[in-house]
Design a protein around this ligand. Sequence first.
Ligand code: CA
Length: 235
Amino acid sequence: MSPESRPPRGLVLVVEDEPAIADVVRLNLVKAGYGVHVQHDGAHALGDVRRLRPAAIILDVGLPGMDGIEICRALRADQDWTPVLFVTARDDEVDRIVGLELGADDYVTKPFSPRELVARVTGVLRRTQGTPETAPQTVGPLTIDTGRRRAYADDREFALTATEFDLLAYLMRRPGRVFSREQLLSEVWGYSSVAGTRTVDVHIAQLRAKLGEDSPIRTVRGVGYAAERSAAERR
Ligand code: CA
């Protein structure tokens, strides 16, 4: 596909081996203004990503050839941070995806509503493409540069997914202020859902694991999360 013929909202690679699901997803994405390339075989997905440079990938976990988890792991090992939205068949797969720290940006569980899936894709792309450029921001030992989408402390740079970066940037732009999970979900992910608040906790846990001692994030019990300047405040 030449750059001129790219659809206005970007190309989404859908890796899904069940034709009926792939069709519904494709139709809904096209209706929403996305270009779509469907791949049924996991073994060809990495080649598609390199060839097509999609704006986002919808990745089924259970696939022939190479499963979704292996595909995502290979991409991230290659320093490819294309946003990935996992589609899982079972709730316990969510724990597996999260536990492996694959750098997934979001996930939905089958059966899902196609409209919900499109909303998630739009949310991921809005976050990754629409972050306003501001001066680098420092909270405690950590600095973020939203223009370059980098997070670093001293000479260490952190490899964050698009969603992790946006969540961190949102908190760090307002140091000391406490946000509820619902607020973060609506502001960072761009949608509201009661079930979705677990997504916030999962991403906070991933951020903390990656940032280690440099994490500025404080849990405010029963309320939510805040970015704090000093180590004493973070406790
Ligand atoms: Ca499947």
